[in-house]
Design a protein. Structure first.
Ligand code: PHE
Length: 487
């Protein structure tokens, strides 16, 4: 049977960009930018995207396209002897766990779409918005209903296949998203006092930048591009062999970044124009912004459009998360797409329940000191995700080899790719090192390591570094000699 796949250039770009553009761009990026002092943080973020994000995205794309398989099957096809396919299983597990709570947050957004469209949200007094939001997410039944709705919509699209589902709906939803975004941007920058917000966003103040901010930028670059969980890999397997992968990855990366910046341009000028707090954190879109809309002429209309925008961005991401799991189950367990999708969506709903309840009746139930939502988020985002990314780099850099990857990037020499050396160095060394640092930091181990290094005497440290360099040089020359001896 012929494998399903994307049928047009625009379709595959819309699908991949749809995955990358999500709550991370419109919800998280603006608020972490706000917390880390604005423009300086954005500059660092751009470097992370270009230097680490883009090369890993290309690697995932070519792994999928070369093998024409799902996340686990892909590793198996290239290296069948060793258990590298477990990396694929890890990726699928990560996508599954993330989707279980991503759908819940998307459900909050759905609830806000309904409430703003019916005019209820706009009627809430600004000082009541905090408790209004708190009441919704802690109520149990309502967030469950909306999580179910998100999963059902996603499943209906995924069930129709890649070309007739994922691609078809991405092609409709992404232009709609851009249209709404542009409209809201115009509204926001024409408010009186908007320039302060733009200044905040685009005038760098490096004194506000901290090491923590830099690491957060790096981690977010990873998340925002949907890397490390087999998504781009799976979508890559639906891309035709004659498509230019470098160009595609570049387009997705640019689209993701531009949309995140546009979301910033929607949010900050409005927040500043009404004298509100830019560093509110996660509650920025649910509590701060409704207060902005409440003051604005025709606020209810803009409010509804804004939450619709976030809802669309979230659904094109949930589609990609579900597709990773569905592709894995249909191909590895020989199940029909319909059966697999229904089964997976149902399992996801069950898994979302503990997260939902941790904002209400189960808020006191903790494992390792975390409620269920925090626990799932921590396991998936802080442990599985960096590990998945690290394994992809090691696999492409050292097992499959960057030569093979570059051959696939150029479609076997059809396209020119001038950055082979840079790409190889990044995938083999820079990206793995960066990921290890993100990982150590998110586990809270980095500061401990730095402190213990600081406490060691410089003499000792110096000699350790020299010894390490000598050892590596010796190992490399030994390996080269062995190669020559073995012909
Ligand atoms: N990249 C998406 C965003 O920015 C998040 C996401 C992560 C989507 C992982 C799918 C998978 O919101």
């Amino acid at each position: 049977m012929k494998r399903d796949g994307f049928s047009s250039k625009f379709g595959m770009l819309a699908a991949a960009a749809g995955s990358a553009i999500g709550l991370g761009n419109i919800w998280k990026f603006p608020y972490i930018t706000g917390q880390n002092g604005g423009a300086a943080f954005i500059l660092v973020y751009l470097c992370c995207i270009a230097l680490i994000g883009l090369p890993i995205m290309m690697s995932e794309f070519v792994l999928g396209r070369k093998t024409q398989a799902n996340a686990a099957g892909s590793f198996k096809k290239i290296e069948s002897e060793k258990p590298w396919f477990l990396t694929g299983h890890l990726a699928v597990a990560t996508a599954f766990i993330i989707l279980s709570f991503y759908a819940m947050i998307a459900g909050w957004v759905f609830s806000y779409i309904a409430r703003s469209a019916s005019g209820k949200l706009i009627a809430v007094a600004p000082d009541q918005l905090g408790s209004y939001f708190g009441n919704i997410i802690s109520s149990g039944a309502e967030p469950m209903f909306w999580t179910f709705a998100v999963l059902a919509v996603t499943a209906l699209i995924v069930i129709s296949g890649v070309k007739n589902g994922v691609e078809k709906y991405s092609k409709i939803l992404m232009p709609l998203l851009v249209g709404i975004l542009v409209l809201l941007m115009v509204r926001s920058v024409t408010l009186e006092g908007a320039s302060k917000g733009l200044e905040f966003l685009f005038k760098p103040d490096f004194s506000k930048l901290t090491t923590k901010g830099v690491l957060e930028a790096l981690g977010h670059a990873f998340y925002s591009l949907s890397l490390g969980m087999g998504i781009i890999l799976t979508y890559g397997s639906y891309v035709g062999s004659k498509e230019n992968i470098f160009k595609l990855a570049l387009q997705v990366t640019i689209a993701d970044t531009v949309i995140a910046l546009m979301a910033g341009v929607v949010i900050f000028p409005a927040v500043f124009a009404y004298g509100l707090e830019p560093a509110a954190g996660p509650s920025l879109i649910f509590i701060t912004l409704p207060a902005v809309f409440a003051e604005m002429p025709f606020g209810a209309v803009f409010e509804t459009l804004f939450f619709l925008l976030i809802g669309i961005a979230a659904v094109t991401s949930t589609i990609s998360l579900m597709e990773v799991v569905v592709a894995f189950v249909t191909e590895e367990f020989k199940m029909t797409r319909k059966k697999a999708t229904v089964l997976i969506a149902s399992a996801l709903f069950l898994l979302s329940i503990p997260s939902t309840l941790s904002f209400g009746v189960w808020s006191g139930v903790t494992v390792f000191g975390k409620n269920f939502f925090d626990l799932f988020d921590f396991i998936a985002s802080n442990i599985f995700l960096p590990l998945g990314g690290l394994f992809v780099c090691i696999f492409v850099g050292w097992v499959w080899g960057t030569k093979n990857a570059v051959d696939e990037i150029t479609s076997g020499g059809l396209y020119k790719f001038n950055y082979e050396r840079v790409y190889s160095v990044i995938i083999k060394f820079v990206a793995p090192a960066a990921i290890v640092v993100i990982f150590l930091n998110s586990m809270g181990w980095l500061t401990k390591i730095v402190e213990s290094i600081k406490s060691v005497s410089p003499m000792f440290l110096g000699s350790a570094v020299v010894m390490f360099v000598v050892l590596v040089t010796w190992a490399v020359s030994f390996k080269n000699r062995m190669k020559r001896v073995n012909g």
